[in-house]
Design a protein around this ligand. Structure first.
Ligand SMILES: O=C(O)c1cccc(C(=O)CC[C@H]2O[C@@H](n3cnc4c(=O)[nH]cnc43)[C@H](O)[C@@H]2O)c1
Length: 235
């Protein structure tokens, strides 16, 4: 089965392809470049949910053979010390954390406004298998358009989304595009920083990219072998 992996930046894309060894083949697609290695096509689609959705939609629509799975991958910020720097996290839910409206009573998700959707659920059995293979924690991963930079904002996000493990900026965009193509989605992140007061010097991007490579190396057989029609893979 073919797997499309979408990252934000080339450094994350290269961390993913390193997991498969050797040099990837480079294939031009509309608006981007896919790095192909075996069953995996890896694409740096840009930062933020809009760029991620556009890149994923183009890649899905222009693929010569259909993809069976789309994975949003990269580094991310952790809400809790339970997922320390350099640890992998797989999303049980991909949540649009700031898509909605403010109100005097707090944040209202877009669904409370009567339209759209605010989350996607990857196949639970796939989440379990990837978490076990990669040694990853599983839990909600938030998609934000603005990276959190204060303790107040971190607290507000956790109040609105209890149990959130990580925030990043692309998962929900990738998931929207995948859903429209009726392809299952997964999000796999490696923790580069703690969510809270902005301290870019404290980000451990190198360690997170190494962890991302390791997580993909361990998950690749599960991802490649995933078959959503196989009864063993159902929730
Ligand atoms: O400067 C570099 O070498 C470098 C290498 C790889 C990645 C980066 C990024 O800046 C990636 C941006 C990407 O990371 C996600 N991210 C990471 N931490 C957070 C966070 O605390 N809040 C939100 N997003 C985060 C996000 O998906 C960005 O698109 C730099």
């Amino acid at each position: 089965m073919r797997v499309l992996v979408v990252t934000a930046v080339p450094a994350e894309r290269d961390a993913v392809t390193r997991a498969f060894g050797g040099a990837p083949e480079t294939v031009a697609v509309q608006g981007a470049e896919v790095h192909r290695r075996g069953a995996f096509d890896v694409l740096a689609g840009g930062a933020g949910p809009a760029a991620a959705a556009a890149a994923t939609a183009f890649a899905l629509a222009s693929a010569p053979a259909p993809y069976g799975l789309v994975v949003s991958a990269g580094i991310g910020g952790a809400f809790t010390p339970l997922t320390p720097l350099g640890s992998p996290v797989v999303a049980s839910d991909i949540v649009a954390a700031d898509l909605g409206a403010e109100s005097p009573e707090g944040f209202l998700p877009v669904t409370a406004l009567g339209f759209g959707r605010d989350r996607f659920a990857p196949p639970p059995a796939l989440v379990r298998e990837v978490a076990a293979a990669a040694g990853a924690a599983a839990g909600p991963v938030l998609t934000v358009s603005t990276a959190t930079g204060s303790a107040e904002r971190a607290g507000a996000l956790l109040a609105a989304h209890p149990g959130a493990l990580v925030e990043a900026m692309e998962g929900f965009g990738v998931a929207e595009a995948a859903a429209r193509a009726a392809v299952p989605v997964l999000e796999l992140r490696a923790v580069s920083n703690a969510v809270g007061p902005r301290d870019r010097d404290a980000w451990r991007i190198g360690d997170a990219l190494v962890a991302l490579t390791d997580a993909f190396g361990k998950s690749a057989p599960v991802l490649e072998g995933w078959n959503r029609h196989d009864h063993r893979n159902r929730a």
